[in-house]
Design a protein around this ligand. Structure first.
Ligand code: NCD
Length: 309
């Protein structure tokens, strides 16, 4: 049985297949409408979420399946002290597959060791978020037509932003990828990403503090919010929260075919005046999240459907 805990749990070929199925789902949704009839997805969310949980649920419903779950630790027995290991043993008897979000790094991995159903990591602390990465890859491939030979700018909270960590890990396997990492000194990428992912694989990257100077080079600009819930004190958050605000003035220096992605939720880091610019892709990105999660559920339940050529 396969679990998706880390973005590298899927090979490049498996990702290509998933993105092809996701494209097919977008174009032929009816073909997929009944495939999961009788199957249940449990969403076990110990941390807030809008898109990830609802896109998983929409994905299962679009496939004809059913959903159950909880959306905060307070409303689950975690508040009574139940361990993730015990919860997942029980849920394994109630559902066919589950998506888990947890504030503790590694919690979905622990769950996968006790589960008898596939476990999908829907975000573990400041660590990884592999299905957001699938969403990001589908978005980039759909907009740019490729996943190689791209200069990718990642901007904001690169320290705590789990979507950034997973995206760097995953994109590092494609050729011709160069990263421009834009962050204040205190929010730079963790050492393990710099050393074990970027340097170990000889991936070209630069680390800068100013967004303006690198804007003309970028093919993709991936904006992120400063992750308030991961800070030890509020003062640091307040000082850093508005480090970057992308507005029309700054966007003028960008290529006409650069796309702006953001995993959402947005706080202040993208001015709403940009929302109607053709380069703003973040709401389309959220829609792609449903297609790719549908493809992933099918794969993990071994209900694979081949995309039409
Ligand atoms: C992200 C997350 O939860 O890590 N949101 C999401 O899943 N789309 C990004 C964030 O919360 O900033």
């Amino acid at each position: 049985m396969k679990h998706i805990i880390d973005p590298l749990d899927l090979s490049v070929d498996e990702i290509t297949e998933l993105l092809d199925v996701a494209d097919d789902i977008e174009n032929n949704p009816k073909k997929y409408a009944e495939i999961c009839r009788g199957k249940k997805l449990a969403t076990l969310f110990y941390e807030p979420s809008t898109r990830t949980r609802l896109s998983f649920e929409a994905a299962m419903l679009n496939l004809g399946g059913s959903i159950l779950g909880f959306s905060s630790a307070d409303s689950s027995s975690a508040s009574k002290g139940e361990s993730v290991a015990d919860t997942i043993r029980v849920i394994s008897g109630y559902a066919d597959i589950c998506a888990m979000r947890h504030p503790k790094e590694g919690a979905p991995k622990v769950a996968s060791e006790y589960a008898t159903i596939p476990v999908i990591n829907a975000g573990d602390g400041g660590h990884q978020h592999p299905t957001q990465t699938l969403t990001d890859l589908l978005t980039i491939r759909s907009l740019k037509g490729r996943l190689d030979d791209l200069t990718i700018g990642l901007c904001g909270d690169l320290k705590f932003g789990r979507t950034v960590h997973s995206l760097i890990k995953s994109l590092s396997r494609y050729k011709g990828i160069r990263f421009v990492l834009i962050a204040p000194e205190e929010l730079r990428i963790p050492d393990y990403i710099r050393e074990e992912v970027l340097r170990a694989n000889n991936i070209p990257f630069v680390e800068v503090e100013k967004m303006e100077e690198v804007m003309p080079e970028l093919d993709i600009l991936y904006m992120t919010r400063v992750q308030r819930e991961r800070f030890f004190n509020e003062e640091d958050y307040v000082r850093l929260k508005d480090s970057y605000i992308l507005d029309m003035q700054k966007l003028r220096a960008a290529k006409p075919d650069m796309f702006i992605l953001h995993p959402l939720p947005r706080v202040n880091e993208i001015s709403t005046e940009i929302d109607n610019d053709p380069r703003a892709a973040y709401f389309r990105q959220a829609q792609y999240g449903v297609y790719v999660r549908m493809a992933l559920i099918l794969k993990l339940l071994e209900l694979e459907v081949k995309a039409d050529d």
